[in-house]
Design a protein around this ligand. Structure first.
Ligand SMILES: *[C@@H]1O[C@H](CO)[C@@H](O)[C@H](O)[C@H]1NC(C)=O
Ligand SMILES: *[C@@H]1O[C@H](CO)[C@@H](O)[C@H](O)[C@H]1NC(C)=O
Length: 385
């Protein structure tokens, strides 16, 4: 063959090979493109997951922030209290007249109501009148006055005020005799340092003490009869800061501060059974059983303090009213046809009035409190002053 033909063959050969190479490169590029698309989809997916996690974390951070705010609130209260108790024995507005008290017909009116308010530090105790006209210092002696009832739960047993568990002594039971707290030799079975609750049961002959700060203690319960403590059924759900109240004459609890569930349950002779979930992830409220078998849930927090006054009646939760000020972490006491609710956020004392048939009427602010979670005890106008 001659040179030209050889050249042509060579060119043909080369271009065919190049073409082959190009084809391979194109194939390679197509494959890479496919891989990149898969990678892109994966990234997209991961980005979605990341956002979900991210928002979960934000929720958690918000919860932590709220928790810190509560702690700050608590420290502020303590500070204010310390300042007040060192400067004057504050009795902001006290009237000395009309102290005659005769326990007449059952519907006791607010002007005849006196509540002994014992904060975490027993020596800052005072008497609050139900109509808001007076707030007078009371002298309550305790073995160590400083932080004696910090986060303590309280209940009446055989007509006497008892406090159960607290920050410094988790198993302490103390009884108020005259104007002095006496620590009993009988102790709680479980360590209950905060977030627990106590409730008078069996017509005031016993107290049920339940829940606590962490782990399974958040489900446990025991019964105190004035001289001994006996463990009883544990709840199915945790109820740290879920409280105790009477619903249809049986103890009940709602929600949990750290697990944010909406579970409500009630304790009968055979154990705990479910009640309808509360509509919100509520905790830090006060539960009050009415005589007509329904139970009220007042204040509380669903991440933020709420104003709702809720009623569980005939198996349904309904909001029946609204506080004047959003509150959680308060204490409540039902006297006559009024609930006295001592908040810890606004420091307002709000009185919820009901009529003879226990239907909600209105809320009135009757003063300010200086404390969080006080122990409350209905008494007479000149008690321990
Ligand atoms: C109990 O309260 C409800 C309203 O919450 C009311 O309708 C009823 O009359 C009250 N009394 C009794 C005995 O049920
Ligand atoms: C109680 O209040 C409700 C609602 O405000 C009212 O319908 C009812 O008649 C009241 N009952 C009495 C005995 O005043």
């Amino acid at each position: 063959m001659n040179f030209v033909i050889f050249g042509i063959i060579l060119i043909e050969f080369c271009s065919a090979r190049r073409c082959e190479r190009e084809k391979r490169r194109i194939k390679e590029l197509l494959r890479k493109n496919g891989e990149l698309r898969i990678e892109r989809d994966q990234l997209k997916h991961e980005k979605g997951r990341f956002w979900n996690e991210y928002f979960g974390e934000i929720d958690e951070l918000i919860a932590q922030k709220n928790e810190l705010e509560k702690d700050i609130e608590k420290l502020n209260t303590k500070l204010e209290d310390a300042i007040k108790t060192t400067s004057t024995s504050a009795s902001s507005f006290s009237t000395t007249d009309s102290t005659s008290l005769t326990t007449t017909s059952p519907p006791i009116t607010p002007s005849d109501v006196f509540i002994l308010v014992i904060p975490y530090s027993a020596d800052a105790s005072y008497l609050q009148s139900g109509d808001g006209s007076s707030q007078i210092s009371a002298t309550i002696n305790a073995p160590s006055n400083n932080e004696y009832a910090d986060y303590a739960a309280h209940a009446i047993v055989n007509g006497k005020l008892h406090i159960f568990g607290e920050q410094a002594d988790n198993k302490k039971i103390a009884r108020l005799d005259d104007c002095t707290f006496n620590v009993l030799t009988v102790r709680l079975n479980e360590e209950r340092r905060s977030g627990h609750a106590a409730l008078s049961i069996e017509n005031g002959k016993k107290a049920l003490i339940c829940f606590g700060y962490s782990g399974d203690i958040r489900k446990t319960c025991e019964i105190f009869d004035g001289s001994t403590t006996v463990s009883t059924f544990s709840a199915d759900w945790t109820h740290y800061r879920g409280g105790l109240g009477l619903y249809k004459n049986q103890p009940a609890s709602v929600g949990c501060h750290d697990e944010h569930h909406q579970k409500a349950e009630t304790l009968s002779a055979s154990g705990w059974t479910a009640l309808p979930d509360h509509p919100r992830r509520i905790s830090d409220h006060s539960l009050v059983g009415l005589e007509n078998q329904s139970m009220l849930l007042i204040g509380g927090a669903d991440y933020a303090a709420q104003t709702g006054i809720w009623q569980l009646k005939d198996g349904n939760w309904n909001q029946i009213g609204e506080l004047l000020k959003a509150e959680f972490h308060g204490s409540a006491i039902y006297i006559g046809r009024s609930i006295y609710y001592f908040g810890s956020v606004s420091k307002a004392i709000q009185r919820l009035d009901f009529n003879e048939t226990e239907e909600f009427q209105n809320v009135e602010e009757i003063g300010n409190t200086r404390v969080y979670l006080p122990v409350l005890f209905q008494t007479v106008s000149n008690y321990c002053i």
